[in-house]
Design a protein around this ligand. Structure first.
Ligand SMILES: NC(=O)c1ccc[n+]([C@@H]2O[C@H](COP(=O)([O-])OP(=O)(O)OC[C@H]3O[C@@H](n4cnc5c(N)ncnc54)[C@H](OP(=O)(O)O)[C@@H]3O)[C@@H](O)[C@H]2O)c1
Length: 373
């Protein structure tokens, strides 16, 4: 028996998972030196099997849908924890039969979290909220919830954990979201040794709350005279960066993923207005106190309308932390390359096919990647 195991040992060995329970899964059976899972079959794609099993908490959100799609297309089995039956339906056809496994969960229920991560070799935590609700304030999601997921994941013997935070996470921030994101990072790193912390900039894409919101509610982006600076990043680039981590060795550190350029809200409003052929907004610039009062009132009918913390965030420039894109093997793209795909729907019928017009970009910083659009 030993002989038959040792003969091809230079090519094929069983790598034991280094974890608390000595648990082993499909992906532990690897060929050396490539470390490719033996169970992997077929060329990469929808019907391939990569041997990896990945849990994506927060899969039903904006970033989650693109990450699940990218993982499934690599032939990875994805566990998708969900709260609302209808919120996960679009994820099911993203992978081949049996590759997308939905499991109901509650962020307060440790047993359900343990069930969701039981067979996985990487767990992603994308759970986050940009407004507080009646049941969940910022801390219960970004701090307690994140720590609980990280701790249960570690106790379940999963070797890798990736936590998505925010570029502006800072304990001293005046925004509750950024404050709790910073506290969450600390608690996650303490609960899961060697966790990877990802800090993306503001995301734009089809379902974003940036370009879409600017097209519908420009008045809320004119706060601070629209001079606040931001580093928007394409949701596909961040999803690809996360998906690439599956095949990379564990990066036990914080990775900032801001967009390649620093821009003002003023420029982005101009961009949306030029691309949609809508005249620039004539709405007045509201003082902060008025905006805060309106945001507080808006909480009564419906939380996501405009939260007071969002008003505070409109006055905070995005952190100038350098991007660490090389570590994740992605070159981030400029917003002008993609914006039209996401805002064309705001054009009127007669303007729908007219050429794209771009406003003049103000020079704020040196562009590290160049304007390739
Ligand atoms: N969007 C951005 O511009 C941006 C920028 C930087 C960092 N981030 C971070 O990236 C992550 C993903 O962002 P996103 O834009 O995809 O967010 P999103 O669209 O708001 O999705 C948030 C996800 O978190 C889940 N979630 C929220 N509260 C929960 C709770 N109490 N219990 C269980 N699940 C809960 C949601 O589940 P349900 O569908 O069940 O509600 C959803 O799957 C977040 O951590 C966010 O803070 C986002």
């Amino acid at each position: 028996m030993m002989g038959s195991m040792s003969a091809p040992s230079s090519l094929l060995r069983i790598q034991r998972a280094v974890n608390h329970q000595g648990k082993r899964a499909y992906h532990d059976l690897v060929t050396l030196p490539t470390k490719k899972p033996i169970v992997a079959q077929g060329p990469p794609g929808y019907s391939a099997v990569s041997g990896h099993v990945v849990t994506v908490f927060g899969c039903t959100g904006f970033l989650g849908r693109y990450l699940v799609s990218k993982l499934a297309r690599m032939g990875t089995q994805v566990i998708i924890p969900y709260r609302d039956e209808d919120e996960k339906r679009h994820l099911k056809p993203m992978g081949d039969l049996g590759q997308i496994v939905a499991m109901e969960w509650d962020i307060r229920n440790e047993n359900q979290i343990a069930e969701c991560v039981r067979h996985s070799d990487i767990v992603f935590n994308l759970v986050g909220r940009d407004y507080a609700t009646k049941n969940f304030d910022f801390a219960s999601v970004h701090v307690d919830g994140a720590e609980r997921i990280a701790r249960v994941t570690a106790q379940s013997g999963v070797p890798r954990f990736v936590h998505v935070s925010h570029l502006n996470a800072s304990a001293s921030s005046s925004s509750k979201l950024y404050q709790t994101k910073a506290e969450g990072e600390e608690r996650v790193t303490a609960a899961f040794e060697g966790a990877t912390i990802i800090r993306p900039g503001p995301l734009y894409g089809y379902e974003d709350k940036l370009l879409n919101n600017m097209a519908i509610w420009p008045i809320w982006w004119k706060l601070n005279n629209a001079k606040t600076t931001t580093r928007p990043v394409h949701v596909m680039d961040v999803a690809q960066a996360l998906a690439n981590l599956v095949h990379n060795p564990q990066l036990a550190r914080t990775i900032a993923l801001p967009g390649p350029s620093t821009l003002t809200y003023e420029y982005l409003l101009d961009l949306v207005s030029s691309l949609t052929y809508q005249p620039p907004s004539r709405a007045p610039v509201l003082p902060k106190t008025v905006a805060l009062a309106v945001a507080k009132l808006a909480q009564a009918p419906w939380w996501p309308l405009l939260s007071p913390d969002e008003v505070v965030r409109r006055y905070i420039d995005d952190a100038d932390t350098p991007g660490d894109w090389d570590a994740v093997g992605v070159t981030p793209s400029e917003i002008e390359q993609h914006a039209i795909q996401y805002v064309r729907r705001y054009r009127s019928a007669e303007n729908f096919s007219r050429p794209n017009v771009f406003p003049q970009r103000p020079i704020l910083t040196e562009e590290p990647y160049g304007l390739g659009f």
